[in-house]
Ligand binder design. Structure first.
Ligand SMILES: [Zn+2]
Length: 373
């Protein structure tokens, strides 16, 4: 294959990895085969049929752990509005390359792959690289959650997440704690509510308590405070029945210093003993002090491309880093990729081809900086 990041992005766009259902396997095998061809040792991990993540390594010697470059292979759905471009063929117009997942984040994956390719021969006898391409990032970071429980991740000393930032290095993002809480009642005829226990009333009282909840957390200087949103409320089967079941869906975004286990136990107390909690996303906030030595070097490399020295900013979205850092506790992390965050999940999503080429150059410099003499 050619070394052109636009051609490679287009190759990746042609795999329909819309999640749900995901179906990352073919795309993962394609990327893995390329990495193998370039001398990487490649492992695959499927947490479910066809939901394939890739872990590839090159180099890795001495005491310094490798640098991780990571991205996800799945995309969100096309949405209900009609596209004016083919979402899977990689149409171009001027500097724009269109497609579902172009900005979020197959261009980022392509840039990671090509930077890895161009330096592959120089990696033996250096700390080396670990490339992690995940399934099922959209809607809960499920692929990385499973990956973090395996031995495949090994070590990493720092992490670059190629999510869309227009090549601006972000030093973290909020954490995520999402759960459903189910409340049980006792069914009765709507004409005799005194014979039943109304689960909707229980859920409603819980929602009121959640609305008034005070995290008691100090605001973070860059991220601000933690937030909570009750996003769903379901219950009842008919207006003439006392509902015996109701459930709510809660989305909490946390900041560094908020301990999820402690927070969850406070919330359990608040929701009441008989509330059944199903936590389906639990990732701590990702934050690296901007004066971290490696982050300073990343800023310096980006400064030459951006024309300004980056400031300490954080991304508005979550990334797989929240899970990967469970395996690599404390690894300094930046979110840095060629896509445009504002185009992620949009109809007629595109990426700037110039930015993709720039991302390859930035990643190459980051690899040289980490692995160089
Ligand atoms: Zn993404």
């Amino acid at each position: 294959m050619s070394g052109d990041p636009v051609a490679l992005t287009r190759d990746l766009l042609r795999f329909d990895t819309v999640n749900p259902p995901g179906r990352e396997r073919e795309c993962a095998r394609h990327a893995g085969a390329l990495l193998e061809e370039w001398g990487f040792r490649v492992d695959y991990h499927e947490y479910a049929e066809g939901r394939t993540s890739v872990v590839a390594r090159a180099g890795g010697s001495g005491s310094k752990a490798p640098l991780c470059l990571t991205g996800h292979l799945d995309t969100v759905a096309l949405g209900s509005a009609a596209w004016t471009r083919d979402p899977f063929s990689g149409e171009t117009d001027g500097d724009r390359l269109y497609g579902r997942g172009s900005s979020d984040m197959k261009a980022g994956v392509a840039a990671i792959l090509l930077a890895a390719r161009s330096l592959a021969r120089a990696l033996p006898a250096t700390p080396g690289l670990v490339i992690v391409l995940t399934a099922a990032e959209e809607g809960g970071c499920i692929g990385s959650q499973h990956l973090a429980r395996t031995q495949l991740l090994g070590r990493a000393g720092a992490m670059v997440v190629g999510e869309p930032t227009s090549n601006y290095p972000f030093v973290g993002h909020k954490g995520s704690l999402k759960f459903h809480a189910r409340f049980r009642g006792v069914s009765a005829h709507g004409s005799m509510p005194e014979l039943g226990v109304n689960a909707i009333y229980k859920a409603a009282r819980a929602v009121s308590r959640l609305e008034a909840f005070d995290f008691g957390a100090k605001p973070h200087p860059v991220m601000g405070g933690p937030t909570m949103n009750v996003g769903t409320f379901e219950g009842g089967q008919g207006v003439n029945m006392v509902p015996d079941e109701a459930s709510i869906g809660v989305d909490i975004r946390t900041v560094p210093g908020v301990d999820h286990a402690a927070l969850l136990s406070r919330l359990k107390g608040l929701l009441g003993e008989d509330a059944e909690l199903d936590v389906f996303s639990d990732m701590g906030a990702v934050w690296t002090e901007p004066d971290n030595e490696w982050v300073q070097r990343v800023f310096e490399i980006c400064r030459r491309h951006l024309g300004e020295r980056p400031a300490a900013r954080t991304a508005t979205y979550n990334t797989d880093a929240g899970n990967l850092r469970k395996a690599w506790a404390g690894a300094p992390t930046v979110v840095l990729g060629p896509g445009e965050a504002k185009l992620a999940h949009q109809t007629d999503e595109y990426v700037s081809m110039e930015r993709v080429r720039e991302a390859v150059a930035i990643y190459e410099e980051l690899i040289r900086d980490w692995c160089g003499p």
